[in-house]
Design a protein. Structure first.
Length: 250
């Protein structure tokens, strides 16, 4: 079965998220807590993560990043050379437009002023298709817990050079999952890239937003499971292309 229960996972969360953002999907994939290694996005440049990732990826791990974490991994593919596979959730591997910087700095200042949970609440419709308060409050708790990281995360997001070319060139088996209704990192940011990669799949679950992994962890876990089975297939013809599960649109 792919993934195997014995697989170790290296996990890089997104902006203002803790490793708990991955817990629901990992629980469904049968990954024991002891097999989950979280690397927090706490440094201000993509180049700050290479040595840490090389130390964490000793051989055979599945490496998974969400949002900012996916960005970090996309920019550090050589450090992942010994990984078994790469899973990128809500990925945006492109450079940040300069016009985004003022907005990023405003968010940073609000978070440092203790307004992270309020910012999450005010922007929740852009983050998720879930209109209940339970998931929103869960994300707000993570935002409060990681507020001290926002200066580094802001600088990192604003300074990234882009990794589309590196992704297109890598032979690392890669699974992309992005919600069809993701307004922060929409699927078209990775659609062409995934199509061009030697060993990659893209799943786009209907009705889910940026926090798809929390909105519907059953479907996202299944998309990861199906994608890994495809890109890790010994048959080269099976290791590339969109998934065909009717709950996904590529």
């Amino acid at each position: 079965m792919i993934p195997h229960a014995s697989d170790a996972w290296v996990l890089v969360p997104g902006t203002l998220c803790t490793g708990e953002v991955f817990a629901p999907i990992l629980d469904r994939l049968g990954v024991a807590p002891a097999r989950r290694h979280v690397l927090m996005p706490d440094a201000p440049a993509v180049t700050d993560y290479g040595d840490r990732l090389r130390a964490a990826v000793q051989g055979g791990e599945i490496v998974c990043g969400f949002s900012l974490g996916a960005l970090i991994l996309s920019h550090n593919l050589p450090a992942l050379a010994r990984a078994r596979a790469l899973v990128l959730l809500a990925a945006n591997p492109h450079p940040d437009p300069p016009e985004n910087r003022a907005g990023r700095l405003a968010v940073r200042d609000r978070v440092l002023a203790g307004e992270g949970p309020a910012w999450v609440a005010q922007n929740w419709e852009a983050m998720s298709t879930d209109r209940g308060t339970g998931l929103r409050d869960r994300v707000a708790v993570m935002a409060a817990a990681t507020a001290s990281l926002i200066p580094a995360q802001t600088d990192l997001a604003a300074s990234r050079p882009g990794a589309a070319a590196a992704l297109r060139a890598t032979h690392l088996p890669t699974v992309f999952v992005t919600g069809a209704e993701d307004r922060m990192t929409p699927p078209d940011m990775v659609c062409d890239i995934a199509r061009d990669m030697p060993r990659a799949t893209l799943a786009v679950p209907d009705g889910l937003g940026h926090f798809a992994l929390l909105e519907d962890p059953d479907r996202v876990a299944q998309a990861i499971r199906d994608g890994l089975a495809q890109v890790l297939s010994p048959n080269p013809e099976d290791s590339h292309g969109p998934q065909t599960d009717p709950s996904h649109v590529a």
